[in-house]
Design a protein around this ligand. Structure first.
Ligand SMILES: Cc1cc2nc3c(=O)[nH]c(=O)nc-3n(C[C@H](O)[C@H](O)[C@H](O)COP(=O)(O)OP(=O)(O)OC[C@H]3O[C@@H](n4cnc5c(N)ncnc54)[C@H](O)[C@@H]3O)c2cc1C
Length: 292
């Protein structure tokens, strides 16, 4: 979140002053970034967000509530999407760089979640939160495009996250199957376990290559929206299947918190949801294919 959707919008759309102000500390990790798009009533349908940016005293004041914001309360920078033309949908959205210590930016309590316990999510409340004209990233009305571009490459990162989870689960499942003996021999010699290991390996390989393909297109400056969505959809579904199958190889031990298998299942689930649910990825892929 920090390195991709939190920082990349400034790399791609920031002016020189914004880059000088934020990028050195974000790049070295002295500052942490958050990306604030989702709202209680605008999740998948982000174009209909309600947070409003009203012009005042040569700048803007922001009012609204964001939800599920990763790094909320930890970040020094919030990349906030708000409408400067209420009712105009995607065309009315603008992006603002809001410092974490801005008066009017308040963070709610951390949500308790199913997994990803190394990462905080919370609501962010913007109450007459004043920002300068120079804190607007890009032009008025460009914010939705900025957010979607950030998510395109962010999805490559989510694919990589899913592959890491899946590879770890697979490696542990193979090691365990070689050690665990039942019926007088390692369970790795049972065909049913071998089938699982083979299927898991094929899925990890396919997910990795799809992710590299999307990343290579992105690096080459080629269109990569469809490939990033394909990689995200496939890699995160694969991680869900693989973490569950790997847990099964561990039998009852997989169900214990003493082993990392249950944690991986819980972490994989989030990857199917954030940066666009996997149902939304299908919408993106199909739209790229059928549009004239
Ligand atoms: C751990 C975590 C971290 C997150 N971090 C951030 C963050 O840092 N910043 C941020 O802005 N957001 C963040 N999010 C929010 C996340 O991006 C949203 O939860 C996600 O986009 C879905 O929105 P929603 O939860 O409102 O679900 P909804 O949009 O209400 O969707 C509910 C269900 O309907 C389906 N659905 C909705 N629309 C369609 C459609 N057109 N076609 C088919 N199916 C559809 C969805 O797939 C889903 O199954 C995070 C979420 C989680 C869980």
């Amino acid at each position: 979140m920090h390195g991709s959707v939190g920082t990349e919008p400034i790399v791609l759309f920031g002016n020189e002053e914004q880059k000088r102000r934020w990028l050195p500390d974000l790049a070295t990790g002295k500052k942490l970034a958050a990306f604030a798009l989702t709202e209680p009533e605008a999740g998948s349908d982000a174009a209909h967000l309600k947070t409003v940016a009203t012009r005042r005293n040569g700048g803007y004041v922001l009012n609204g509530t964001k939800i599920f914001i990763t790094n909320a309360g930890e970040a020094q920078l919030y990349v906030v999407m708000a409408t400067t033309r209420p009712g105009a949908g995607a065309e009315g959205i603008s992006t603002f760089l809001v410092a974490g210590d801005s008066p009017g930016l308040k963070v709610g309590p951390r949500f308790k979640k199913m997994g990803l316990n190394g990462s905080a999510i919370a609501e962010v409340h913007l109450e007459d939160c004043a920002v300068g004209e120079t804190d607007r990233l890009g032009d008025e009305g460009q914010g939705f495009r900025i957010a979607m571009r950030a998510l395109d490459s962010g999805r490559i990162g989510i694919s990589a996250q899913a592959i890491g989870l899946a590879q770890g689960a697979l490696d542990d499942a193979i090691a365990y199957a070689r050690e665990r003996k039942q019926f007088g021999r390692p369970i790795a010699e049972l065909q049913t376990i071998q089938n699982k290991i083979a299927d898991m390996t094929v899925k990890v390989r396919a997910a990795r290559w799809m992710t590299w393909k999307a990343a290579a297109l992105c690096d080459a400056g080629q269109p990569f929206t469809k490939d990033a969505s394909m990689a995200k959809l496939f890699a995160t579904d694969a991680a869900m299947d693989i973490t569950l199958d790997a847990l099964q190889v561990f039998g009852g031990y997989g169900y214990l918190e003493d082993y990392p298998m249950a944690r991986r299942v819980r972490d994989a689930k989030a990857c199917q949801i954030y940066e666009g649910t996997n149902q939304v990825q299908r919408v993106v892929i199909a739209r790229e294919l059928v549009r004239a």
